[in-house]
Design a protein around this ligand. Sequence first.
Ligand code: TYD
Ligand code: MG
Length: 481
Amino acid sequence: MAKNTLSFVCQNCGAAYNRWQGKCESCGEWNTLAEEDTSGSVPVSIRSKRKGRTFALESLSGRSPDAPRLSSGMAELDRVTGGGFVRGSVLLVGGDPGIGKSTLLTQATSLLARAGHRVVYISGEEAVAQVRLRAERLGLSDAPVQLAAETSVEDIVSTLSEGAVPRLIVIDSIQTMWTDTVESAPGTVTQVRASAQALIRFAKKTGAAIILVGHVTKDGQIAGPRVVEHMVDAVMSFEGEGSQQFRILRAVKNRFGPTDEIGVFEMTGLGLREVTNPSELFLSERDLGTPGTAVFAGIEGTRPVLVELQALVAPTSLGTPRRAVVGWDPSRLSMVLAVLEAHCGVKLSGHDVYLNVAGGLRIHEPAADLAAAAALVSSLVNAQLPTDAVYFGEISLSGVVRPVAQTPARLKEAAKLGFQRAVLPESARGEPGGDAGLSLNAVNSLTTLVAEIAARGSRRGESTPPAEKNATPARFRRGEG
Ligand code: TYD
Ligand code: MG
C-alpha cells in the first residue's frame, strides 16, 4: 500500500511534523517548516528486505594505526583540526557569507596541491572563472588544484572515483548540492542530508578527506546543514566581524582532536594571513588611558590570548535600562551586574551597560568575569585602570573571586607583552610556575576590587569639575552589603 510520505520539515533543525505549524517545537524557530517528500531519504536498495550478514566483534584493547593526517601547510588551520586533515574524514566549515571560507579553502588546497597531493575543489556557487579570479588575486594560479563547478552529487562521485583517490576534496557549498535519490528541491533539509550522506559514504569508502562548506543564518546556526553536524567528523566555524580584518576559526566538534583551539587569521588584500601571536594583534589598537577598559588574560585552547574588554556605563533615559554585549555571554554579564549590585553596593539599575570584546574575538571562559567587572566599575566611576595590568578570575554568585586554570601560562603571556601587574584570584598566588616577574594583586572578593577602583576614582575626582566629583561617590553605598 502506498504510504503518504509528505511531511513538514523544519529547515533549521530538521525536525519533521505531519502537519504544518508556525513554530518548530524542536528548535523554537518560527516559519521554518516547509513541505518535503521524505520518501526517498533512504535509498530503495537499503529499504528493500535483505538478509543481514554477520560481522566480527572486537575488543576495546588492541592496536589500531594512528589516524593518518595530512598537514595543510597552514599552522593555524592544523592547530584547529588537531594536526591536519584525517584520511576518510568529513569536516564541515560553517560561517557567514563573505567571511572568507572560500578564500581559506582556496589557500589550503593550493598549498596541498603544490606539495604534490591530488586536491579537488568543487564549487557549486561560483563559476570556474570566479574561482580562478580569486586564485589569481591570491597569487595561487599556478597551483595544480583540480577545479569544477558542479552540483550533482552523483556526477561528482562518479568523476572522483576515476583515477587516483584525491587526498582532499572541497565542496563549496553543501547547500548547493543535490542528489537524484530524493525528490526535494536543492537546499532543503532532505536534499542537504542526502547529499552529505552520499559524500560521507564516498569519503569513508575511498579514504579521501572531504571539507563541506556550510552557510550560517543570521542567528548563528548553520542553516539546513545543522542537520549535517552530527553526521560529520568535525565542525569548524569561521567567525569575525565584517568590519574587522581578524578571522577566527574555531572547532565546535572534532572526533580527532580538541575542540577548544582557535586559529587566528587576518584578511589582507592578498588573502588570509596566519597570526601566530594573537595577543599582539588584539592589543594593537588599545585605547590607552580611557576609563572602562581592562585587559583580560584568557586561554583559548592551549594558547594564552590577551584581549581588551571595553565597557560603557551611562545613565539611562529608558524605563528598562539597556544591556548590550558583543563577544561575551549576555547571561554572564547579567550575573556580574547582579553580583555588583547585591554584594558591592554598585547601583546599576539606572544605567545602560555596554560591553565589547575588542578585535571581534568571542570569549567563552568564565575567567573573564573579573576583567569585565573591572571595566564596568572603571567606566561607572570614570576612573582609568592601570594600563600595565591584566585581569582574570571567575566571580561566584556570592561575590567571591574563584581560581581559574592555567595561571602560569596567563602570567607568562602578560609578561611577554610588557605588562607589569596582574589582578587575580587569591588562591592563584601560590601556584607553582611563579609570577613571571609580574607584581601580583590577589583579590578574594569582588568588593575588594570595587573599593580599589573607586579609590582611584575619588583620587582622580579631586581634579574633575565639582558636578562630576559629587556624582561619583553618590553611586556607591559604601559600608553596606
Ligand atoms: P570569500 O572567501 O568569498 O567568502 P565566503 O566564501 O565565506 O563567502 O571572501 C569574501 C571576502 O573576502 C570578500 O568580501 C573579499 C574579501 N577578500 C579580501 O579581502 N582579500 C582577498 O585576497 C580575497 C580573496 C577576498
Ligand atoms: Mg564562498
